[in-house]
Design a protein around this ligand. Structure first.
Ligand SMILES: NC(=O)C1=CN([C@@H]2O[C@H](COP(=O)(O)OP(=O)(O)OC[C@H]3O[C@@H](n4cnc5c(N)ncnc54)[C@H](O)[C@@H]3O)[C@@H](O)[C@H]2O)C=CC1
Ligand SMILES: O=C(CO)COP(=O)(O)O
Length: 351
């Protein structure tokens, strides 16, 4: 039976998910901030700005009216970048099917949300904003899933994490197709940490990858060393923040997503690491706060740069030893030259 699905955020990932769902026959409406994105999806069935080259079925439509997109939907999928997610959600609280809790909500965003105290996880933040009935009922969806490959229908595995198994199963059934395999998890904290922190490691990986291209000292072996040490740091953060299932880190949402984000040609965090070394992209920013405030000037979205600020704060507050994440923080904050970076983190990391 066709279900009504709204997607908030027509970037590459929201659009690719919309294409996948529409191909399944679901009725999908996408909210786009940009008028030209609405226009291009509704006329030529392509998101020319964020996912060019992929044609959507006609049952995927777009609108600039966010409340209309959220209204009357069985499922609502949030796909905004972490910087805008909480603000965007607050604009939807008076939509009747959200106010009464009848729409099942899933989140695709990867990152942390700043707060007055310690940075928060996404579900924790949204639970603080949404009606009480959404507590323990939001579904967090992550895994190794570059938008381009999902839009192509390449076989992809996702994890739907929720403390209420009824909701993860509802999302699993709604999303799954021949190309999209969806598994359930109860470890909402572990899956969120993996999704946010792997982006930080992937920026560091991109730096190493660019350095290794011209190096007699670093190569593929060194990259695997960084990847394994990065997974170790992700586990340290996860354990400190309350991940409940150790196997999350070795699942597709852990090592799987870390691997694809570090190694895929589509990876933007990896690309950002490359651009730090090859294009001196940090030259135009004074420090990490300046970079985050002007992130759109990069021209693509490296969530790992934003998450790095919050991982650093969490590490300081909880006294966590994270040489890769903290080393990258010092680079992005202009406290250390990229050239020093790799050797320093290799000297300091533990596997
Ligand atoms: N692209 C991918 O392959 C995947 C992305 N994700 C995650 O999905 C989230 C969204 O990423 P993408 O779709 O790739 O983004 P994108 O880089 O393709 O698009 C940027 C998005 O930001 C929105 N935006 C810009 N300024 C805004 C504002 N002031 N208020 C609200 N929205 C604003 C744009 O409308 C657009 O939807 C991120 O957290 C990302 O880590 C997760 C898995 C895969
Ligand atoms: O989360 C992703 C893949 O699972 C996307 O990673 P990038 O943002 O680095 O492209």
């Amino acid at each position: 039976m066709s279900q009504k699905i709204g997607i908030i955020g027509a970037g590459a990932w929201g659009t690719a998910m919309g294409i996948s769902l529409a191909k399944k026959g679901q009725e999908v409406e996408l909210w786009a901030l940009e008028a030209d994105v609405v226009e291009s999806i509704n006329t030529v069935h392509e998101n020319k700005k964020f996912l060019p080259g992929f044609i959507a079925p006609e049952n995927l439509t777009a609108s600039a009216d966010i409340k209309k997109v959220a209204s009357g939907k069985d499922f609502l999928i949030l796909a905004s970048p972490s910087l805008y997610l909480a603000r965007t959600m607050k604009g939807l609280l008076d939509v009747p099917n959200i106010a009464d809790g009848s729409t099942c909500i899933g989140i695709l965003t990867k990152g942390f949300i700043p707060s007055e105290g310690s940075p928060k996880l996404i579900l924790e933040t949204l639970e603080g904003v949404l009606p009480e009935s959404y507590k323990k009922n939001l579904v967090y969806i992550a895994g190794p899933s570059h938008a381009e490959e999902v839009a192509m229908g390449k076989v992809t595995g996702l994890v739907a994490a929720c403390e209420n198994p009824r909701n993860s199963i509802r999302f699993r059934e709604a999303l799954r197709s021949k190309g999209l395999l969806v598994y359930s998890s109860f470890d909402v904290i572990g899956v969120q940490i993996c999704a946010a922190a792997k982006n930080v490691v992937a920026v560091a990986f991109g730096c190493l990858d660019a350095i290794a291209e011209k190096s007699d000292v670093f190569g593929d072996n060194t990259e695997s060393l960084l990847l394994a040490a990065g997974l170790n740091e992700i586990q340290i953060i996860g354990r400190a923040m309350g991940a409940t299932h150790p196997e999350t880190f070795t699942s597709i949402s852990g090592v799987g997503d870390l691997d694809v984000t570090c190694r895929s040609k589509y990876g933007r965090n990896r690309r950002f690491g490359h651009d730090i070394i090859q294009k001196n992209i940090l030259d135009k920013f004074s420090d990490l706060d300046d970079l985050i405030a002007r992130i759109s000037e990069i021209g693509y979205l490296p969530e790992g740069a934003v998450a790095c600020k919050y991982v650093h704060q969490i590490a300081q507050e909880r006294n966590l030893r994270l040489p890769i994440c903290n080393g990258l923080f010092r680079i992005l904050n202009k406290e250390m030259q990229p050239a020093q970076f790799i050797q320093e983190i290799l000297d300091g990391m533990e596997i």
